[in-house]
Design a binder for this molecule. Structure first.
Ligand code: NOJ
Ligand code: CA
Length: 546
């Protein structure tokens, strides 16, 4: 479907989140690499995605899987060379796949030469590139994010005998954004990758750029001013490129990241995600309708990015204490599944490998307002390994086949960067791309159909939403509309068959065309429109006046 003239591309993106290290190892050293990712691009074309978001691939000691960058201008040697990245980028673009890369701008690794210089002496010209203090008492209202590992946002540096500020791990010192030289250098980094041809950035941890005494040091006006300045430069020098915000905040605090359409193009909808899991567990639409009602309007050029899972724990930060307890009791009975304020599990394991629930959740992901992001491996229903530390259990090698190392690598299994999932239910002999390609009704092939049907209309990417509130609370129903195009979505959030009467009087005279099978359902009349749905079933209907 051709894009309308003024429609920005990211409104119709289907994002696939991939990590180069986990995807495909081309040279048999046990670690995924760019030539490997390049080889697998046709798999992503077949799936129907049109945008890849890559996790950090820069030189790094990998103490936070690359979110601890030691050099912004190069590629980690395990993943290949800059040339390999460029080749991959060309291959992706040849296939009309856009590439979004990660920009970790709040902090660096403590191994970054900037930090090494900064700590070397109080007089060093780079001293002021990081946030130093003689006491650890400043900014005490700022919360600790990595609760399970960090005791303070300050760490003592024995070299320069002072404290430095860090919002994440203590090996990730925060850059000092009050220093214009830092701001300029970060823009130089972005320019470097934009000139190479990347299509956009996910900007990591944006709420924390600036610190001010007497505040919680999140979402400060000074931080927004810096982000706007980056956007201004982007628009001036690289029109058409996109910025996606990682700001794990409540809707009211998220809204300013779009500003007047002159800050971020997109932002993840963090509060919605856990509520989709809550809605399905409670068999009640309320958590979902409520949070979307509380979600403010955003400027027309802006877009939400929706997701079910990503590389981190399923964050429960944007929930009340009661809601969080409910999520933990429902989805993380085993305490080993919990990490910080979240749950470190994959989509299929969270949903107990229930194909109907996996389909329903993906159906909502693709039909609620925003651009969907799919986490690698979730399209085949991969499992996780809670015996691996931190968030590594959801970052295991992609399962390509039932053969040697699941088709991921020719290395000896002991050499792999992480063991493959091997258990009888989710292990690679049972769950892999090759076998799912062979069965028409596999999850993989179903995901391909879902994406293809989503792409038949622009209403999902840029249409309005209007909720219907049928008496049956287990049904989540809404109409997405763009111009004359109207799509009715009906989701059964419950484990049992349901009947629902929808008030469709304003669409009187329309017929309903079920979008997967293209079959015609009865015309809408005066009476409530009766539908029945099986457990966790959903429908997408096109409303047409014929
Ligand atoms: C958010 C990223 O998603 C997470 O993986 C990382 O650990 C932190 N930011 C710190 O960079
Ligand atoms: Ca390799």
């Amino acid at each position: 479907m051709p894009l309308e003239k003024d429609e920005p591309w990211y409104k119709h993106a289907i994002i696939y989140q991939a990590h180069v290290r986990t995807f495909y190892d081309s040279n048999g050293d046990g670690i995924g690499d760019f030539p490997g990712l390049d080889e697998k691009l046709d798999y992503l074309v077949d799936l129907g995605i049109n945008t890849i978001w890559l996790m950090p691939f820069f030189p790094s000691p990998l103490r936070d899987d690359g979110y601890d960058i030691a050099d912004y201008y190069s590629v980690h040697s395990s993943y290949g060379t800059l040339e390999d990245f460029k080749k991959f980028l060309v291959s992706a673009h040849e296939r009309r796949i856009r590439v979004i890369i990660e920009m970790v701008l709040n902090h660096t690794s403590d191994q970054h030469p900037w930090f090494q210089e900064s700590r070397s002496s109080q007089e060093n010209p780079r001293r002021d590139w990081y946030v130093w203090s003689s006491t650890d008492a400043r900014y005490h209202e700022a919360r600790i994010i990595f609760l399970d590992t960090e005791m303070s946002n300050w760490a003592w540096d024995p070299v320069s005998k002072s404290y430095y500020w860090h919002r994440f791990f203590s090996h990730q010192p925060d850059l000092n954004y009050d220093n214009p030289a830092v701001r300029e250098e970060i823009w130089n980094v972005m320019k470097f990758w934009l000139e190479m041809g990347v299509d956009g950035f996910r900007l990591d941890a944006v709420p924390y750029l600036v610190e001010r005494e007497g505040t919680n040091c999140e979402n400060l006006p000074e931080t927004h001013a810096i982000l706007k300045e980056l956007r201004r430069k982007l628009d001036e020098q690289f029109p058409g490129k996109m910025l996606l915000a990682e700001a794990n905040q409540w809707p009211a605090d998220l809204r300013p990241y779009f500003a007047d359409g002159d800050e971020f193009h997109m932002a993840f909808h963090f509060p919605l995600m856990p509520r989709m899991f809550m809605g399905v567990k409670l068999e009640d639409r309320k958590p979902i309708t409520e949070i979307l009602q509380q979600t403010p309007e955003i400027p027309p050029s802006c877009q939400w990015c929706l997701f079910l899972r990503n590389h981190d724990e399923l964050t429960l930060e944007m929930l009340t204490d009661i809601e969080r307890d409910y999520m933990n009791d429902s989805y993380a009975q085993d305490k080993a599944m919990r990490l910080n304020l979240g749950i470190r599990r994959r989509l299929a394991t969270l949903l107990d490998n229930d194909r109907r629930r996996i389909e329903l959740m993906n159906g909502m992901l693709m039909s609620l307002p925003g651009t969907p992001s799919i986490y690698y491996g979730d399209e085949i229903g991969m499992g996780d390994n809670i015996n691996l530390g931190d968030r590594n259990g959801v970052r295991t090698p992609m399962q390509w086949s039932g053969g040697w190392n699941g088709g991921f690598s020719a290395a000896d299994p002991e050499k792999l960067y992480a063991p493959l999932i091997q258990d009888p239910v989710y292990g690679f002999p049972a769950v892999n791309v090759l076998s799912q390609k062979r069965t028409q009704h596999s999850l993989l092939n179903w995901m391909g159909r879902l994406i293809a049907v989503r792409k038949t209309t622009h209403a999902f990417g840029s249409g309005s939403i209007e909720f219907l509130y049928p008496g049956n609370q287990r049904i989540l129903a809404y109409v997405r509309q763009l111009g004359d195009e109207k799509i009715l979505v009906v989701n059964n959030l419950s484990n049992a068959a349901q009947a629902v009467e929808l008030d469709l009087r304003r669409y009187k005279g329309n017929i309903l065309i079920e979008m997967f099978g293209k079959n015609i359902f009865p015309r809408v009349g005066e009476l409530p429109y009766l539908l029945t749905l099986g457990p966790y079933q959903f429908y997408w209907f096109r409303l047409r006046r014929i």
